[in-house]
Structures are given as C-alpha cells and as structure tokens.
Ligand binder design. Structure first.
Ligand SMILES: Nc1ncnc2c1ncn2[C@@H]1O[C@H](COP(=O)(O)OP(=O)(O)O)[C@@H](O)[C@H]1O
Ligand SMILES: [Mg+2]
Length: 239
C-alpha cells in the first residue's frame, strides 16, 4: 500500500505521498585479512558520521568483539553510537536489532577476519550492503588476500573500494600496492597512514576525530568523504 497522507489546501482535501521513513544505508568493512583495519575503519567512520550529524549505528559481527570492547571503554561524555553485537551466522537478527534502534541514516558493519571461511554468510551480507570498503595494508601478503576478496565482492556485483591503511608513503611498496589495487578494483583516493595516535585512540574508546591534535584526522576525513559520496549519503555538516 502506498505511503499516503491527507493534506488540506485551499479548502480542498487532497491525498499526497507522505515522506517515507528513510532506510539506513549499509556500509560493510571487510577484508580477507585480520589486522588490516576493519574495526579501526568502522569506529573512526562511525565517529566522523556521528559528529557530522548523521544518525549512525555499528554492527559487530566479529566474535572477537574488538568493536564492542571499544564501545565499552568510550568515555561517558562521548557522543553515543549504538552498537549491536551478533554472530555472522545470525545476520538477519543483527539487521533486525540494528533497525530496531530507531531511524538511522547509516549502519556500519564490522566483519570477522578470514571472511572467506564463511562464504555463504558473507554473500548474504554483501547482498545487503550498499557499499563495501576493503581496508588493506601495503604488504604483498595483504594484497594477495584482499585482491582475492575483492574478486568475490565483484562477482556479487557489489559497489566497493579498497582503502589503503597503515601506510608508509615513503616506502616503495606504497606505490606498488596502489598499482596492484587499481588493477583489482576501485581504490579510495585517500589512504590512512600508520599513526600511533590511531592505535591509542582505539585503546581509549575514541575516534581520532575526538582526540585533540591526533594525527590521521585528515586521512580519515578523506576516507569518510569518499565513502559518504560513494554510498549516496548527504552529510548535514556539509550544508
Ligand atoms: N592507520 C593505523 N595506524 C596505527 N594503528 C592502526 C591503524 N589502523 C589500525 N591500527 C591498529 O592496528 C590494529 C589492528 O587493526 P584492526 O582495526 O583491529 O584490524 P582488523 O579489524 O582488520 O583485524 C589495532 O590495534 C589498531 O588500533
Ligand atoms: Mg576487527
């Protein structure tokens, strides 16, 4: 049934379409490799989104619960970002719980390492995703694993991009990694450099956007802007 409402105008009553409740966009952070920055990307993009005025929640599908532990140590006065922690095998339940949190603009999903071990569940998750970010380090081992994972995502025809993380731009492997990644999929034009403050922010329950003077802020802002544009979300703070 169409979503309709009555509205009075100049003495007549006409039926017009009521604004439909917005459906949250689903951004999935996944890669075949542990330690590539899936959780780091999830929490930092969520913090950026929340501070930019988007209604954002996170979903932790990793049994190691790194994201949920980060939420647990967030300072009391930090902006609240709801989180749902559910096993990958209960994906439908995870999404039901996330949507029950209220009207949201964005749901960011953190996935377990070695996602290629559960291809059926991952395929299901990919089908729900509006966009997939695949973080990767610049080493040869990381690249091999994430390019295989990207091939899987592309077979499922999901829009996606690699994000180079933990980068050392001065190393020769940085340019070689970019070269290799653009041959295998889209590549976010912003990378996230290896910064101690990013690791520290993780331990104290913050995003770099919440830490005064933290390095990495411009890198993460770039990835956030790229991801919001790619997923088609207008950021209120940009108005
Ligand atoms: N750009 C970065 N600079 C410094 N440390 C980082 C960066 N990205 C991630 N880390 C740290 O590396 C470790 C692994 O990152 P994490 O996001 O947990 O990886 P994954 O979720 O893919 O297993 C964490 O301790 C995290 O804080
Ligand atoms: Mg993780």
């Amino acid at each position: 049934m169409p979503n309709t409402a009555s509205r009075k105008r100049r003495g007549t009553t006409e039926t017009v379409a009521a604004p439909s409740p917005s459906i949250a966009k689903i951004l999935v952070c996944s890669s075949g490799k542990g330690g590539s920055g899936k959780t780091c990307l999830t929490r930092n993009l969520a913090v950026f989104a929340a501070h930019a005025g988007l209604r954002v929640a996170t979903v932790d599908l990793d049994p190691q619960r790194g994201l949920t532990n980060w939420h647990a140590v967030r300072p009391e006065d930090a902006v609240v970002i709801p989180n749902v922690a559910v096993p990958l095998s209960d994906l439908q339940d995870a999404m039901r719980q996330a949507r029950a949190l209220g009207e949201l603009d964005l749901i960011i999903v953190d996935t377990p390492p070695g996602v290629d071990a559960s291809p059926a569940e991952m395929r299901q998750l990919l089908l729900m995703a509006d966009y997939v970010l695949v973080p990767t380090g610049q080493g040869a081992g990381d690249l091999r694993s994430v390019t295989e994972w990207m091939a899987f995502i592309r077979r499922e025809q999901r829009p996606s991009a690699f994000v180079l993380n933990l980068t050392v731009r001065s190393a020769g492997s940085f340019d070689r990694a970019k070269q290799r990644l653009i041959e295998a999929g889209d590549l976010c034009p912003f990378d996230i450099r290896l910064y101690e403050s990013i690791r520290v922010s993780d331990e104290v329950g913050l995003g770099v956007a919440e830490m005064k003077g933290a390095n990495g802020l411009s890198d993460i802002r770039g990835v956030f802007t790229f991801a919001m544009h790619a997923i088609g979300l207008k950021v209120p703070a940009d108005d």
